[in-house]
Write a protein that binds this ligand. Structure first.
Ligand code: DAH
Length: 315
């Protein structure tokens, strides 16, 4: 019998004792009644307390001073991981920063002037088709390449050219193409643009910078070569290739095209207010996705934008 049940039984017995009052002489009945009432009050208080106690003991007690058992499991807390391309972008920026380049942020919506005119694309020229992307109803353009930032970079840093200084800047950014998507083509990817201007910039310096970049990024010596290219904003223009190294699965003679580059066209310098008779520059731009695919041996660029967690969590 629980404490509460015992007290309730006592109360019942007490109640039945009241009947005794009739058997008592009248002068004793008052005293008896008072005594019985006192006992009853006391019992009622005790019952209330016992009930409260019984209730609280139903709640499981947490003993915070108890020692922890050796094998209590800790759940794996899933918080997501950083996107691998963001990590690669950081590494790319780090290599260029270590070489002394400034870093400028790109934008995800641009205009006709920065996309084409400032880059020496003549109106109606077929070269525009290669960069034909999307347009908002207001006529803004999600940039097809980070070169849309060249004009801004030149203007922002051109005061550095005074007194024999240089413009040295890289611009990482997200770009968008009107593309038939397959294992090697994505509609959305990342690029990094580079711009260098000085009184005596040369193509030789450009290849030096790029070779150093690739060797630092992949952490090994690499072979590079170039082939002619065409971009309206550079003259001459080139494409830079690296030989896939054995450590990354290359069998010798596998050449991979990594970026486009060239000497900045005089019209691009002039439009930004830089005198092409006094200053020369080189520029380049290439995909981050491509760099990362070679580094990690991936053969499908679509994984990056796929939202496939089992893929993304591997990094
Ligand atoms: N923007 C070009 C592309 O995405 C790549 C490129 C070529 C960038 C030559 C440059 C350059 O800065 O000088 O196809």
């Amino acid at each position: 019998m629980s404490n509460v049940e015992k007290l309730r039984a006592d109360l019942k017995a007490l109640n039945s004792e009241y009947a005794k009052i009739k058997t008592l002489p009248p002068e004793e009945r008052g005293e008896f009644g008072r005594m019985m009432n006192q006992k009853k009050q006391k019992l009622l208080v005790e019952i209330e307390r016992a009930e409260a106690e019984a209730e609280s003991s139903n709640v499981e007690a947490l003993d915070i001073s108890a020692p922890s058992a050796p094998n209590q499991p800790i759940p794996v807390i899933k918080r997501g991981t950083r996107h691998p391309l963001m990590t690669e972008l950081d590494r790319v920026i780090q290599v260029y920063s270590d070489m002394g380049f400034d870093v400028m942020e790109s934008r995800q919506l641009d205009d006709e002037f920065h996309m084409f005119d400032s880059l020496n694309f003549p109106v109606g020229h077929p070269a525009r088709d290669g960069y034909d992307t999307f347009r908002t109803a207001e006529g803004f353009i999600p940039p097809a390449h980070t070169s849309t930032m060249q004009h801004r970079a030149l203007k922002k840093y051109k005061s550095k050219l005074e007194n024999g200084g240089q413009i040295a800047v890289v611009v990482p950014g997200r770009v968008f193409r009107n593309e038939d998507v397959d294992a090697t083509h994505e509609h959305t990817f990342y690029q990094c643009e580079g711009v260098f201007v000085s009184q005596d910039a040369t193509m030789g310096q450009m290849f030096g910078v790029l070779k150093h970049f690739f060797e630092a990024y992949y952490g090994q010596k690499l072979k590079i070569k170039t082939q002619p290219g065409y971009f309206p904003f550079t003259e001459p223009s080139a494409e830079l290739l690296i030989e896939k190294p054995a450590s990354l699965g290359g069998k010798g003679g596998d050449w991979l095209e990594m970026l486009g580059c060239g000497m900045i066209h005089p019209n691009v310098l002039k439009t930004a207010g830089i005198d092409p008779a006094k200053y020369h520059g080189f520029a380049w731009g290439g995909g981050i996705d491509r760099l990362a695919m070679l580094k990690y041996g991936l053969n499908d660029v679509r994984y990056f934008e796929s939202g496939k967690l089992d893929f993304l969590e591997e990094f």
